[in-house]
Structures are given as C-alpha cells and as structure tokens.
Design a protein around this ligand. Structure first.
Ligand SMILES: Nc1nc2c(ncn2[C@@H]2O[C@H](COP(=O)(O)OP(=O)(O)OP(=O)(O)O)[C@@H](O)[C@H]2O)c(=O)[nH]1
Ligand SMILES: [Mg+2]
Length: 346
C-alpha cells in the first residue's frame, strides 16, 4: 500500500515521515521526495513465525512518500510535480499545520488549509472531467460513459469529492486510467503542539472531513519524533504522560487499513510465513492472484484454516483431524486471518 504525505510547505510532512519510518531525513524546507517502507506489525504473523520457524517472515508493508510542499511568496498550493506524485498513491495523507512555525509568516490555520487543499483537488479533477466530456461529445462516445462523467461533474461542482459517490452510482472500473485525485481515500493528520496532542479534532474540521468522506487523526509530530528514539517500555510511559495510548504509527496504520477496507490473509510454510493485504470481500481466486498470477489463472481450490482455529488446534494436522479444515472454491470470500493454501494447475 502506498501512502503519500502531502500538504502545504512547513506543515510537518518530513517530520511525520521521519517518525513513521524511523528514517532521519533532515526536516526543513523543500527538498526531494523521500520514500520509506514500514512493516505493518501483526501479532498473528509473529506467532505463526514462531510456530513454523520459516526461512523468511514477511509482513504487510506500507510505502510512505514524503512529497514536499510548494515554496515562494504566494505559493501555498501544490505544484504540478506534487500533483503527479499524488496520483501514484493509494491513500493520501494530508498533513495540516496546527503549530506556530517560526519560519513561516502565516499563523497556523488548519481549517483554511484543509479547505484550500480540498478545493484544489476538486478543481484538478473538474478539469479532467470537463475535458473528457468535451472530447466525448465530439467523438459521440458511449452515452452511459458521458452520463457517468456528467454525474462526477455535478458532484465536483457542488464542491464535493468523487469519493462520496457510492459504487451503485459510479462504476469505478473504467475510471482507473484517469487517476482522479478526489476518488482516492483521504486521511487528514492534524499536526499540533505537544500540549494539544491528546485533544480531539476541532468540530469544524471533523465536520468537513465527514462531508468529504475522509478520516482524521490528531498527532504531534514533535512528540512522535521523540518517541521514535525510545525503547518500547519508555514509549508507553511517555505516551501516557501526554494522555495518549498508541503511537502515531499504530494509529496511522489502523486508519489507513480502515480507509482502504483492508484485511490480511496468510500463507505459511517452512520457506515463508507471510501476510497478504487485500480488500475486504475479495474472492479466493482474486486473492490467489495477489500471490502470483499463475495461482489465479490455474486456481482449483483453496484450503482454508482460520487463524483462531489454527491456534486453538495447534497444528494443521490437528485441525484436519477435527474436521475444521475447509476446502473452498473460487467464489469463497476470504476472511481476515484466513491461512490459505492454494491448489492450482497451469
Ligand atoms: N513545534 C512543532 N514544530 C514542528 C512540528 N512538526 C514539524 N515542526 C517543525 O516545523 C518545521 C517544518 O517541518 P517539516 O517537517 O520540514 O515540514 P514539511 O511539511 O516537510 O515542509 P516542506 O517539505 O518544506 O513542505 C521544522 O522546523 C519542524 O521541526 C510539531 O509538531 N511541532
Ligand atoms: Mg519536507
């Protein structure tokens, strides 16, 4: 999963990036895009790995990209280059500044920055959608497709993102190539001072997020930066001092998984124990395709051991003896924690 950290200059993106990834790129203005990978902690994988002692243990991963803001007298907005980068991401994380930054003249105004970002993305999409409609008229395109774009246009003109349109109203499949910004899941991270780290999201902002079908978390990048340097025990005590229970990374991963509606299935064996993130409600055949296209193409059946059952019985053998090992076909809906063993033939 690719998560892009975006936002205006000096909002704390690089600081947040460093605390999430544990990489220490220098904060401060501008610079290049930074890329860092984080393993998604999963106790189930830890446990399976202890049981199978595989050569390799592979966790799900999140690739964070830190995309610098635009600098200059008037430039509060996003550059073309930034917009192009943003289009490559599965999830956008907008970092909003809610702390005084001595190197910036403007006082913190997260509400205005959020509004500006939302509008900027809406206008970028409106441009794409309008061009598509113009072209479709000239080419006498499929009326259904034109209607779909008209629908999106009407939504954007109401200053709402495309993501508010339900799948019943809008079929996403033909839209993939357009890389629309406002159809992407959005997570807003309000970056605050230490004192405000544990206070709730201001209602004005949560109201906007609700209208735009976006999620939000509150964090203080400077606290998190300190946490990142501590041992696990010290971390818990330090967080408690600020009235916090989980680190930003933990909350971040949870929020991103919820936004994308992701679950994990597992594969196990002597060679590798591995987590595979997939969208909820994925069928077994497509899930097999995550591992390898051959497994999808030649899919026959899959053995399914639900994680809890597996732990309860202690081994595949015991599970089989208890009659709890399931054999499922291609339309089986994979559940979170299923341990799959795909039978295929190519
Ligand atoms: N007090 C305080 N300062 C912060 C916090 N987060 C970042 N800063 C400071 O704000 C300044 C800018 O932070 P960066 O992380 O470089 O901001 P950025 O969004 O990456 O900026 P660009 O890359 O230029 O767009 C740095 O001096 C940080 O130390 C925070 O939570 N609290
Ligand atoms: Mg930066």
């Amino acid at each position: 999963m690719k998560v892009g950290l975006v936002g205006f200059a000096g909002s704390g993106k690089t600081t947040v990036f460093n605390t999430l990834t544990g990489i220490g790129v220098p904060a401060g203005f501008g610079g290049d895009v930074h890329i860092g990978t984080v393993k998604v902690p999963d106790e189930r994988i830890d446990r399976l790995s202890r049981m199978f002692k595989p050569k390799k243990t592979t966790y799900a991963e999140i690739v964070f990209s830190d995309i610098p803001g635009e600098h200059g007298a008037e430039s509060k907005g996003l550059s073309r280059k930034a917009l192009d980068r943003i289009r490559e991401q599965d999830v956008l994380c907008l970092v909003l500044r809610d702390f005084p930054n001595p190197s910036l003249e403007r006082a913190a105004d997260p509400e205005a920055d959020l509004q500006a970002f939302l509008i900027e993305c809406i206008l970028a999409d409106l441009g794409i959608v309008e061009r598509r409609i113009d072209r479709a008229r000239k080419e006498k395109a499929d009326p259904l497709e034109v209607a779909m774009f008209e629908r999106m246009k009407a939504t954007l003109e109401q200053e709402l993102p495309i993501r508010v349109l339900s799948p019943h109203v809008l079929n996403r499949e033909p839209l993939r190539g357009y890389a629309l910004l406002t159809d992407r899941p959005l997570l807003v991270a309000l970056n605050r001072t230490e004192q405000e780290a544990a206070s709730p999201m201001p209602p004005a902002i949560s109201g906007m997020l609700e209208r735009h079908h976006a999620a939000g978390i509150v964090l203080s990048a400077s606290i998190e930066a300190e946490i990142a340097t501590m041992s696990k025990d010290d971390q818990a005590a330090f967080l408690a001092d600020y009235g916090l229970t989980d680190s930003a990374l933990t909350r971040f991963i949870r929020a991103a998984y919820e936004l994308l509606d992701l679950i994990s299935f597992f594969t196990v064996g002597e060679d590798e124990v591995r987590a595979w993130p997939i969208r909820r409600a994925t069928h077994a055949k497509q899930a097999a395709g995550r591992i390898h296209s051959d497994l999808e193409r030649g899919f026959i059946r899959t053995e399914v051991m639900p994680y809890d059952q597996f732990i309860k019985h202690g081994s595949e053998h015991a599970l089989r003896d208890a009659g709890a090992l399931k054999l499922e076909g291609k339309d089986y809906t994979v559940a979170d924690g299923d341990i799959l063993s795909i039978r295929f033939n190519v």
